[in-house]
Design a protein around this ligand. Structure first.
Ligand code: BEZ
Ligand code: FE
Length: 290
Protein backbone atom coordinates (compact mmCIF):
# COMPACT_ATOMS: atom_id res chain seq x y z
CA UNK A 1 0.00 0.00 0.00
CA UNK A 2 1.38 3.39 -0.97
CA UNK A 3 1.07 6.55 1.12
CA UNK A 4 1.39 8.68 -2.00
CA UNK A 5 -1.58 10.81 -2.95
CA UNK A 6 -2.55 9.70 -6.46
CA UNK A 7 -5.59 11.93 -6.98
CA UNK A 8 -5.31 13.77 -10.29
CA UNK A 9 -7.73 16.23 -11.89
CA UNK A 10 -8.83 13.61 -14.39
CA UNK A 11 -9.33 11.03 -11.63
CA UNK A 12 -11.68 13.35 -9.71
CA UNK A 13 -13.76 13.89 -12.83
CA UNK A 14 -13.80 10.17 -13.61
CA UNK A 15 -14.95 9.33 -10.06
CA UNK A 16 -17.70 11.96 -10.11
CA UNK A 17 -18.93 10.70 -13.49
CA UNK A 18 -18.73 7.10 -12.29
CA UNK A 19 -20.89 7.92 -9.26
CA UNK A 20 -23.78 8.71 -11.61
CA UNK A 21 -23.85 5.34 -13.37
CA UNK A 22 -26.55 3.98 -11.08
CA UNK A 23 -29.03 6.78 -11.85
CA UNK A 24 -32.19 4.89 -12.74
CA UNK A 25 -33.78 7.56 -14.95
CA UNK A 26 -31.73 7.53 -18.20
CA UNK A 27 -32.48 11.14 -19.07
CA UNK A 28 -31.49 12.32 -15.57
CA UNK A 29 -28.27 10.29 -15.93
CA UNK A 30 -27.56 11.94 -19.29
CA UNK A 31 -28.21 15.45 -17.94
CA UNK A 32 -26.19 15.04 -14.75
CA UNK A 33 -23.30 13.39 -16.57
CA UNK A 34 -23.08 16.23 -19.09
CA UNK A 35 -23.43 18.80 -16.30
CA UNK A 36 -20.53 17.31 -14.30
CA UNK A 37 -18.41 17.05 -17.45
CA UNK A 38 -18.99 20.70 -18.36
CA UNK A 39 -18.61 22.02 -14.80
CA UNK A 40 -15.33 20.18 -14.35
CA UNK A 41 -14.09 21.41 -17.73
CA UNK A 42 -15.02 24.97 -16.70
CA UNK A 43 -13.07 24.73 -13.43
CA UNK A 44 -10.08 23.25 -15.25
CA UNK A 45 -10.13 25.77 -18.11
CA UNK A 46 -10.40 28.82 -15.84
CA UNK A 47 -8.18 27.38 -13.04
CA UNK A 48 -11.05 28.34 -10.72
CA UNK A 49 -9.72 29.38 -7.29
CA UNK A 50 -11.23 28.44 -3.91
CA UNK A 51 -12.03 32.10 -3.28
CA UNK A 52 -13.79 32.47 -6.64
CA UNK A 53 -15.81 29.31 -6.07
CA UNK A 54 -16.73 30.65 -2.62
CA UNK A 55 -17.96 33.88 -4.17
CA UNK A 56 -19.97 31.93 -6.72
CA UNK A 57 -21.60 29.88 -3.94
CA UNK A 58 -22.41 33.15 -2.15
CA UNK A 59 -23.94 34.54 -5.35
CA UNK A 60 -26.11 31.45 -5.93
CA UNK A 61 -27.17 31.47 -2.27
CA UNK A 62 -28.21 35.12 -2.54
CA UNK A 63 -30.08 34.32 -5.76
CA UNK A 64 -32.12 31.67 -3.96
CA UNK A 65 -32.70 33.93 -0.98
CA UNK A 66 -34.02 36.69 -3.27
CA UNK A 67 -36.84 34.40 -4.48
CA UNK A 68 -40.28 34.94 -2.95
CA UNK A 69 -43.87 34.19 -4.01
CA UNK A 70 -43.69 37.25 -6.26
CA UNK A 71 -40.05 37.24 -7.33
CA UNK A 72 -38.08 34.60 -9.26
CA UNK A 73 -34.41 35.57 -9.26
CA UNK A 74 -33.28 32.21 -10.73
CA UNK A 75 -35.41 32.69 -13.86
CA UNK A 76 -33.96 36.18 -14.10
CA UNK A 77 -30.42 34.76 -13.85
CA UNK A 78 -31.15 32.20 -16.55
CA UNK A 79 -32.61 34.99 -18.69
CA UNK A 80 -29.66 37.41 -18.44
CA UNK A 81 -27.18 34.60 -19.14
CA UNK A 82 -29.06 33.83 -22.36
CA UNK A 83 -29.83 30.29 -21.17
CA UNK A 84 -33.63 30.71 -21.27
CA UNK A 85 -33.48 31.95 -24.85
CA UNK A 86 -31.06 29.19 -25.82
CA UNK A 87 -33.49 26.56 -24.52
CA UNK A 88 -36.27 28.23 -26.55
CA UNK A 89 -34.02 28.18 -29.60
CA UNK A 90 -32.93 24.55 -29.17
CA UNK A 91 -36.62 23.64 -29.11
CA UNK A 92 -37.65 26.18 -31.75
CA UNK A 93 -40.85 25.61 -33.65
CA UNK A 94 -40.48 23.32 -36.63
CA UNK A 95 -43.60 24.11 -38.60
CA UNK A 96 -43.16 26.97 -41.06
CA UNK A 97 -45.77 29.68 -40.66
CA UNK A 98 -46.34 29.13 -36.94
CA UNK A 99 -45.70 31.89 -34.40
CA UNK A 100 -42.23 31.89 -32.86
CA UNK A 101 -41.83 31.31 -29.13
CA UNK A 102 -39.77 33.37 -26.73
CA UNK A 103 -38.92 33.39 -23.02
CA UNK A 104 -41.50 33.07 -20.24
CA UNK A 105 -39.76 35.55 -17.94
CA UNK A 106 -40.13 35.77 -14.15
CA UNK A 107 -43.47 37.61 -13.90
CA UNK A 108 -45.94 34.87 -14.80
CA UNK A 109 -46.35 34.32 -11.08
CA UNK A 110 -50.02 34.81 -10.41
CA UNK A 111 -53.07 33.43 -12.13
CA UNK A 112 -54.48 35.80 -14.71
CA UNK A 113 -58.12 36.70 -14.02
CA UNK A 114 -60.64 35.42 -16.60
CA UNK A 115 -61.95 38.32 -18.68
CA UNK A 116 -64.53 38.66 -21.46
CA UNK A 117 -63.33 39.35 -24.99
CA UNK A 118 -63.07 43.11 -25.45
CA UNK A 119 -62.39 43.74 -21.74
CA UNK A 120 -59.47 45.82 -20.53
CA UNK A 121 -56.28 44.70 -18.80
CA UNK A 122 -55.61 48.27 -17.70
CA UNK A 123 -57.35 48.71 -14.36
CA UNK A 124 -55.49 51.97 -13.64
CA UNK A 125 -56.09 53.78 -16.92
CA UNK A 126 -53.14 56.15 -17.02
CA UNK A 127 -51.50 54.85 -20.21
CA UNK A 128 -51.97 55.40 -23.94
CA UNK A 129 -55.14 53.49 -24.93
CA UNK A 130 -54.66 50.51 -27.14
CA UNK A 131 -56.64 47.66 -28.71
CA UNK A 132 -55.03 44.28 -29.42
CA UNK A 133 -56.87 41.90 -31.72
CA UNK A 134 -56.38 38.96 -34.04
CA UNK A 135 -57.09 35.29 -34.49
CA UNK A 136 -55.69 32.09 -33.08
CA UNK A 137 -55.32 29.61 -35.92
CA UNK A 138 -53.39 26.62 -37.24
CA UNK A 139 -50.68 26.96 -39.90
CA UNK A 140 -53.16 25.86 -42.62
CA UNK A 141 -55.49 28.71 -41.63
CA UNK A 142 -57.97 26.60 -39.61
CA UNK A 143 -59.36 28.86 -36.86
CA UNK A 144 -59.05 27.54 -33.31
CA UNK A 145 -62.27 28.46 -31.49
CA UNK A 146 -62.06 28.16 -27.72
CA UNK A 147 -58.26 28.68 -27.68
CA UNK A 148 -57.20 30.15 -24.35
CA UNK A 149 -54.93 33.21 -24.24
CA UNK A 150 -53.14 34.03 -21.00
CA UNK A 151 -51.90 37.61 -21.38
CA UNK A 152 -49.69 39.71 -19.07
CA UNK A 153 -47.82 42.97 -19.43
CA UNK A 154 -46.16 45.77 -17.48
CA UNK A 155 -48.06 49.04 -16.99
CA UNK A 156 -47.33 52.30 -18.79
CA UNK A 157 -44.54 52.99 -16.26
CA UNK A 158 -42.84 49.65 -16.85
CA UNK A 159 -43.91 47.71 -13.74
CA UNK A 160 -45.89 44.50 -13.26
CA UNK A 161 -48.68 44.41 -10.67
CA UNK A 162 -46.62 42.14 -8.38
CA UNK A 163 -43.80 44.71 -8.32
CA UNK A 164 -46.02 47.62 -7.28
CA UNK A 165 -48.86 46.24 -5.14
CA UNK A 166 -49.29 49.72 -3.62
CA UNK A 167 -49.87 51.37 -7.02
CA UNK A 168 -51.62 48.61 -9.01
CA UNK A 169 -54.54 46.35 -8.06
CA UNK A 170 -53.82 42.59 -8.30
CA UNK A 171 -54.45 41.37 -11.83
CA UNK A 172 -53.65 44.72 -13.41
CA UNK A 173 -52.10 44.03 -16.81
CA UNK A 174 -53.28 40.41 -16.78
CA UNK A 175 -56.16 38.57 -18.43
CA UNK A 176 -57.26 35.08 -19.42
CA UNK A 177 -59.33 35.19 -22.63
CA UNK A 178 -61.18 32.50 -24.58
CA UNK A 179 -61.18 32.94 -28.36
CA UNK A 180 -64.57 33.16 -30.10
CA UNK A 181 -66.08 30.77 -32.69
CA UNK A 182 -63.67 32.01 -35.37
CA UNK A 183 -60.64 31.88 -33.08
CA UNK A 184 -60.89 35.67 -32.72
CA UNK A 185 -59.64 37.61 -29.72
CA UNK A 186 -59.68 41.27 -28.73
CA UNK A 187 -58.78 43.16 -25.60
CA UNK A 188 -58.09 46.69 -24.47
CA UNK A 189 -54.97 47.75 -22.64
CA UNK A 190 -52.39 50.52 -22.49
CA UNK A 191 -49.39 50.59 -24.81
CA UNK A 192 -46.65 48.82 -22.82
CA UNK A 193 -43.37 50.62 -22.25
CA UNK A 194 -39.77 49.44 -22.18
CA UNK A 195 -38.68 48.63 -18.64
CA UNK A 196 -35.62 47.62 -16.63
CA UNK A 197 -35.61 44.11 -15.24
CA UNK A 198 -35.21 44.09 -11.43
CA UNK A 199 -31.68 45.22 -10.52
CA UNK A 200 -31.94 45.37 -6.72
CA UNK A 201 -30.76 41.75 -6.26
CA UNK A 202 -27.81 39.54 -7.23
CA UNK A 203 -28.71 39.62 -10.94
CA UNK A 204 -28.56 43.43 -10.87
CA UNK A 205 -25.09 43.19 -9.31
CA UNK A 206 -24.07 40.85 -12.13
CA UNK A 207 -25.32 43.32 -14.76
CA UNK A 208 -23.40 46.19 -13.11
CA UNK A 209 -20.22 44.11 -12.84
CA UNK A 210 -20.44 43.35 -16.55
CA UNK A 211 -21.31 46.89 -17.64
CA UNK A 212 -24.66 45.84 -19.12
CA UNK A 213 -27.92 47.78 -19.22
CA UNK A 214 -31.03 46.20 -17.75
CA UNK A 215 -33.74 47.20 -20.24
CA UNK A 216 -36.27 45.11 -22.13
CA UNK A 217 -38.09 46.49 -25.17
CA UNK A 218 -41.85 47.11 -24.74
CA UNK A 219 -43.86 43.90 -25.11
CA UNK A 220 -46.97 41.93 -24.18
CA UNK A 221 -46.65 38.29 -23.03
CA UNK A 222 -48.89 35.44 -24.22
CA UNK A 223 -49.32 31.77 -23.44
CA UNK A 224 -51.78 30.38 -25.99
CA UNK A 225 -53.27 26.89 -25.69
CA UNK A 226 -55.76 24.88 -27.74
CA UNK A 227 -56.66 21.18 -27.76
CA UNK A 228 -54.42 19.20 -30.10
CA UNK A 229 -51.83 22.00 -30.36
CA UNK A 230 -48.58 22.69 -28.53
CA UNK A 231 -48.95 25.54 -26.00
CA UNK A 232 -47.14 28.62 -27.26
CA UNK A 233 -45.24 30.97 -24.91
CA UNK A 234 -44.38 34.18 -26.68
CA UNK A 235 -44.45 38.00 -26.66
CA UNK A 236 -45.33 40.65 -29.17
CA UNK A 237 -42.96 43.61 -29.22
CA UNK A 238 -43.94 47.20 -30.05
CA UNK A 239 -42.40 48.17 -33.42
CA UNK A 240 -40.21 51.26 -33.34
CA UNK A 241 -39.56 51.03 -29.59
CA UNK A 242 -36.22 51.30 -27.80
CA UNK A 243 -33.97 48.30 -27.00
CA UNK A 244 -35.29 46.03 -29.77
CA UNK A 245 -31.65 45.50 -30.75
CA UNK A 246 -30.27 45.11 -27.22
CA UNK A 247 -32.85 43.27 -25.09
CA UNK A 248 -31.25 42.47 -21.70
CA UNK A 249 -32.51 38.87 -22.03
CA UNK A 250 -31.89 38.34 -25.80
CA UNK A 251 -35.56 37.45 -26.43
CA UNK A 252 -36.45 39.54 -29.51
CA UNK A 253 -37.35 37.71 -32.71
CA UNK A 254 -38.11 39.94 -35.69
CA UNK A 255 -41.31 38.08 -36.55
CA UNK A 256 -42.71 39.06 -33.14
CA UNK A 257 -42.28 42.82 -33.64
CA UNK A 258 -45.73 44.25 -34.46
CA UNK A 259 -47.10 47.66 -35.42
CA UNK A 260 -49.20 49.38 -32.80
CA UNK A 261 -50.85 51.57 -35.42
CA UNK A 262 -52.01 55.08 -34.40
CA UNK A 263 -55.74 55.14 -35.16
CA UNK A 264 -58.00 58.19 -35.30
CA UNK A 265 -61.50 56.81 -35.85
CA UNK A 266 -64.17 57.96 -33.36
CA UNK A 267 -66.74 55.34 -34.53
CA UNK A 268 -64.26 52.48 -34.15
CA UNK A 269 -63.07 53.85 -30.80
CA UNK A 270 -66.72 53.86 -29.61
CA UNK A 271 -67.22 50.30 -30.86
CA UNK A 272 -64.11 49.13 -28.99
CA UNK A 273 -64.81 51.21 -25.88
CA UNK A 274 -61.55 53.18 -25.96
CA UNK A 275 -60.88 56.94 -26.08
CA UNK A 276 -60.06 58.31 -29.54
CA UNK A 277 -57.31 58.39 -30.82
CA UNK A 278 -55.90 55.02 -29.85
CA UNK A 279 -53.37 52.49 -31.07
CA UNK A 280 -54.31 49.16 -32.63
CA UNK A 281 -52.10 46.06 -32.79
CA UNK A 282 -53.46 43.34 -35.12
CA UNK A 283 -51.83 39.95 -35.54
CA UNK A 284 -52.60 36.25 -35.63
CA UNK A 285 -51.20 33.67 -33.22
CA UNK A 286 -50.47 30.49 -35.16
CA UNK A 287 -50.10 27.25 -33.21
CA UNK A 288 -48.19 24.10 -34.07
CA UNK A 289 -49.91 20.66 -33.83
CA UNK A 290 -48.84 18.67 -30.77
C1 BEZ B 1 -40.33 39.80 -18.68
O1 BEZ B 1 -40.51 40.05 -19.84
O2 BEZ B 1 -41.29 39.89 -17.93
C2 BEZ B 1 -38.96 39.47 -18.24
C3 BEZ B 1 -38.25 38.51 -18.93
C4 BEZ B 1 -36.98 38.20 -18.50
C5 BEZ B 1 -36.43 38.85 -17.42
C6 BEZ B 1 -37.15 39.82 -16.74
C7 BEZ B 1 -38.44 40.15 -17.17
FE1 FE C 1 -42.21 41.26 -19.54
Amino acid sequence: MTTEDTVTEDAVTAQALDSLRGTADPRLRELLTALVRHLHAFARETRLTRAEWGRAIGFLTATGQACTDTRQEFILLSDVLGLSMLVETVHGHDTPGTTASTVLGPFHLTESPARDLGATLDLVGDGEPCVVSGRVRAADGTPLPGAVLDVWQADAHGFYDVQRPDAQPPGNGRGLFTADDEGGFRFRTCVPSAYPIPTDGPVGALLRATGRHSYRPAHIHFIVSADGYAPLTTHIFVAGGDYLDSDAVFAVKHSLVKDFTPTDDPALAREYGVPNPFRHARFDLVLERS
